[in-house]
Design a binder for this molecule. Structure first.
Ligand code: GAR
Length: 210
């Protein structure tokens, strides 16, 4: 059984989707710890309700990104996870951190990467007049939101959409594709090779599977 550490900063709805998936009979993974950089993240209450060890590593307590990331690594490695999952974790990680977990660090980003790396993805998709939008699960590399995609979900953009209505539609899909990708990893079907992702030994398309 694959031990998964989940890093959050906020609501933790993706954490919830992973908790729910991990509680199904025969699930190949379990959540061994939840770590938040914000003491007020609602996801901490979700972890507590699920009886999962949760801790806070508050970035305000550190004078540099390097010292924060080192404390984060210590907190994570204490639980010896096989996989580290970023679920709405809103801090940029140092190359040192990313290298430490290379090949076993996943993120979910609310856009159809490589479109809209960074913040405000829903607003930017609307402003661009796109007809579709979505979310991407990808391996994390040193390039921000630039690591190899694993799986993408698409949603239509509808007349009258606001960033909020669009975000809600995307999140429903996030809660499907993140447990899927984590399940693949836990079943040893998903790997990172160089700058590409492999599923069942086959290179995934550059945008991941849709
Ligand atoms: C999710 O929509 C995720 O894609 C996004 O934050 C939200 C977290 O929601 N992540 C990023 O923007 C990463 N840069 P949650 O806390 O309810 O899972």
């Amino acid at each position: 059984n694959c031990k998964v550490a989940v890093l959050i900063s906020g609501s933790g709805s993706n954490l919830q989707a992973l908790l729910t998936a991990s509680n199904k009979t025969g699930a190949p993974f379990s959540i061994c710890s939840v770590i938040s950089n914000r003491p007020d993240a609602y996801g901490l209450a979700r972890a507590a309700a699920a009886g999962i060890a949760a801790s806070v590593v508050d970035h305000h307590d550190f004078s540099s990104r390097t010292s924060f990331d080192r404390a984060l690594i210590e907190a994570i490695d204490r639980q010896t996870p096989d996989l580290v999952v970023l679920a709405g974790f809103m801090r940029i990680l140092t190359p040192e951190f990313v290298r430490h977990y290379r090949g076993r660090l996943l993120n979910i980003h609310p856009s159809l990467l490589p479109k809209y790396q960074g913040l405000h993805t829903h607003r930017r998709a609307l402003q661009a007049g796109d007809s579709e939008h979505g979310a991407t699960v990808h391996f994390v590399t040193e390039e921000l939101d630039g690591g190899p995609p694993v799986v993408q979900a698409t949603v239509p953009i509808q007349a009258g959409d606001t960033p909020e209505t669009l975000a809600n539609r995307v999140q429903v899909q996030e809660h499907v594709i993140y447990p899927l990708a984590v399940t693949w990893f836990a079943e040893h079907r998903l790997h990172m090779q160089g700058e590409r992702a492999l599923l069942d030994g086959a290179l995934l398309p550059r945008n991941g599977i849709r």
